[in-house]
Design a protein around this ligand. Sequence first.
Ligand code: ATP
Length: 137
Amino acid sequence: MAKTIRLDIVTPERMVYSKDVNMVIARATDGDLGVLPGHIPLIAGLAVWPLRILTEEGEVQVSVSGGFIEVQPTKVTILASSAELPEEIDIDRAMAARERAEKLLAAKEGIDVARAQAALQRALMRLRVAEKDRHND
Ligand code: ATP
């Protein structure tokens, strides 16, 4: 069986990632999903969570803001509203977004709680991916 599987990460704006990889680990809405070459076909919704990519060179994490994963035996496609490679993440921007969301959630009244929580999750995920990348350097 092939040792690699093609991974494409696509957003409405661009193709974020397109490479042959050894394994993809995603957090689907109903639990973690590890995908190796030859995996059975499936479609699942994704949580706002770092996507882990294992390649010959090691592990890369990509921040993926929800969306869907489609698995075929030779191909994985991630469709997300936004996704960033670690080196693309603007840490100051993510910290500002985290602060904004935390302030809104603390104010409690007159806010869209679900929206503020989602913004907070995206900011925390980006900070996590950027932080991990820094420790790898
Ligand atoms: P913000 O409040 O800072 O705009 P957001 O979570 O609302 O953050 P999104 O709507 O998820 O942003 O994304 C809008 C665009 O901005 C996407 O192209 C996304 O990749 C990019 N983006 C958002 N935050 C960052 C960041 N911290 N670093 C780099 N790109 C980012």
